[in-house]
Design a protein around this ligand. Structure first.
Ligand code: SF4
Length: 354
């Protein structure tokens, strides 16, 4: 693969940027000469945000320009949800390419770019355990559990598939960190971007509004599956990992800050504040991880965590998501539950709901 082809497949490589930002090329002149791409990028972001299919260009130079422009747009709008949606698409595309990558030198180059040191050994790759652990943060993926790895001299001996998974997570973390940094754009750049991004900014606001539209915290409106987990935890029972994961995603999604979520874990037998705090930050995307979605009723059912027979609304078969249950119950019953009032994370965005 020559350099042009390589940057078309891995457009985040520094050498891709160098091709477009020669000495003296300003951000303003780059954007002025790629105005059409700004519009395309915003359209693509809107589609991705709406959950529609969106494909990346297969032409190397278009792919690189689109990648750069989209990154500029996301850094400009700094919307966590929209950038996460897009970063997941990039992350998945990267994984598909890496697991098929035939050239070890390219795997090495991509690893270097993502600050993961690797060494090839026969058909496998040595990854330092510290790098592995930092990036092996996907829940329910047995390929990424340290206990399933072969270890040697402080390294994980990884297959190409495991390496591809580690690199895709490293990419996601780096990308999210970069696009969510506060960057001051000069007025001339602001003038170019502002008119084009209005639509995607308003879509982001709509989504935040929808996400905040669950009503005030009310434990009485919790679905039976969640109530059971909380009950078990209060009794000091050892709740499964999947159950804890569901609890954290749900409480986060209805607006509880991490410190409030932590309180639910106080009674569990293996409670360790530091570790639990880290896990909560990871699942809610407030640490270095990404924000995980609340599992659907179907997923919870397959994990043996559904108790639909305990509530007529669930038993009616009309509920497909625990948040749907909560919304229906909560907006029909606005009294504050036994948990009392709790500060919403999104208070500032939706004050009328307080
Ligand atoms: S139907 Fe859904 S909301 Fe109701 S108990 Fe089962 S998983 Fe929970």
């Amino acid at each position: 693969m020559n350099t042009e082809e390589m940057v078309g497949v891995y457009p985040f490589l520094r050498r891709a940027l160098k091709g477009y930002f020669h000495q003296g090329t300003s951000l303003q002149s780059f954007l002025e000469s790629n105005e059409t791409n700004i519009k395309q990028s915003v359209n693509q972001l809107t589609s991705i945000t709406n959950g529609e299919e969106a494909t990346f260009s297969t032409r190397s130079d278009d792919r690189v320009i689109d990648y750069i422009v989209t990154k500029i747009v996301l850094t400009y709008i700094r919307d966590y949800f929209i950038s996460a949606r897009y970063a997941i698409k990039e992350r998945n595309a990267l994984y598909e390419n890496l697991k098929r990558e035939k050239e070890p030198r390219i795997l090495k180059l991509v690893s270097q770019e993502l600050n993961v040191e690797i060494e090839k050994q026969d058909e496998r790759y040595l990854i330092p355990i510290s790098s592995f652990l930092k990036n092996a943060v996907v829940f329910n993926d047995k390929d990424l559990k340290l206990c399933n790895q072969e270890l040697r001299d402080g390294n994980v001996i990884a297959s190409q598939n495991v390496l591809a998974k580690i690199l895709r997570e490293a990419f996601y973390r780096k990308y999210m960190q970069e696009v969510n940094e506060v960057v001051e754009f000069p007025p001339e750049v602001d003038k170019i971007l502002r008119p084009s991004v209005a639509e995607i900014i308003s879509r982001g606001q709509e989504i935040r509004q929808e996400r905040a539209n669950l009503g005030p915290l009310n434990e009485k409106s919790f679905p039976p599956c969640l109530a059971e987990i909380i009950d078990q935890m209060k009794k000091g029972a050892n709740v499964s990992h999947a159950g804890r994961f569901f609890l954290v995603t749900f409480l986060h999604r209805i607006g509880l800050p991490n410190d409030e979520i932590l309180k639910y874990f106080g009674e569990v037998p293996d409670f360790a504040e530091k570790v639990t705090k880290y896990q909560i930050e990871h699942i809610t995307g407030t640490g270095r991880g990404r924000e995980y979605s609340v599992p659907s009723c179907q997923t919870l059912g397959s994990l043996g965590l559904c108790y639909k027979e305990r509530d007529p609304l669930c038993a009616s078969g009309k509920v497909s998501h625990p948040l749907g249950f909560y919304r229906t119950r909560n907006l029909g019953n606005r009294s504050i539950g036994k948990g009392g009032s709790v500060d919403r994370v999104d208070k500032s965005r939706n004050p009328q709901k307080q």
